[in-house]
Design a protein around this ligand. Structure first.
Ligand code: IDP
Length: 140
């Protein structure tokens, strides 16, 4: 099934200048970038985006990290895009991420872990709507 998912290249990976290398992983796996922009999240944006984690001990650090520099937000489209992106990303903790995954290759720690990807169809729809109104998405 053709799906869409939200991907964020986080501030650590943007700072390392590896946006292109990460996007190449998506394209190499058959996913298409159908919307994208570099943006600076405000504290309110980051708190709203990660609201599901509000009660977690790492919430404050996560928000501070996500606003520490620009992020590259994208909508990826393709067959099984949600799971495909999660597989390409690797485990949340880069130390546990499989060799050859984005997090194994580009992330430094569980806090600064290079990428975000929607984890299910419902969250993908919500996260895409959070960043991109429909008219900014270009299926091709
Ligand atoms: P995911 O990004 O792999 O989907 P989630 O469990 O949804 O992982 O957590 C969201 C983000 O919160 C992670 O990507 C990571 O940056 C941060 N995070 C998750 N667990 C921890 C932790 O135990 N310590 C610090 N940061 C964490």
């Amino acid at each position: 099934m053709t799906e869409r998912t939200l991907s964020i290249i986080k501030p650590d990976a943007v700072a390392k200048n590896v946006i292109g290398q990460i996007v190449a992983r998506f394209e190499g796996a058959g996913l298409k970038v159908v919307a994208a922009r570099l943006t600076q999240l405000s504290q309110a944006d980051a708190e709203a985006f990660y609201a599901v984690h509000k009660a977690r001990p790492f919430f404050k650090d996560l928000v501070s990290f996500m606003i520490s520099g620009p992020v590259f937000v994208q909508v990826l489209e393709g067959e099984g895009a949600i799971l495909k992106n999660r597989d390409l990303m690797g485990a949340t903790d880069p130390k546990k991420a499989e060799k050859g995954t984005i997090r194994a290759d580009f992330a430094d720690s569980i806090d600064a872990n290079a990428v975000h990807g929607s984890d299910a169809a419902e969250t993908a729809a919500n996260e895409i709507a959070f960043f991109f109104p429909g008219m900014q998405i270009h299926s091709r």
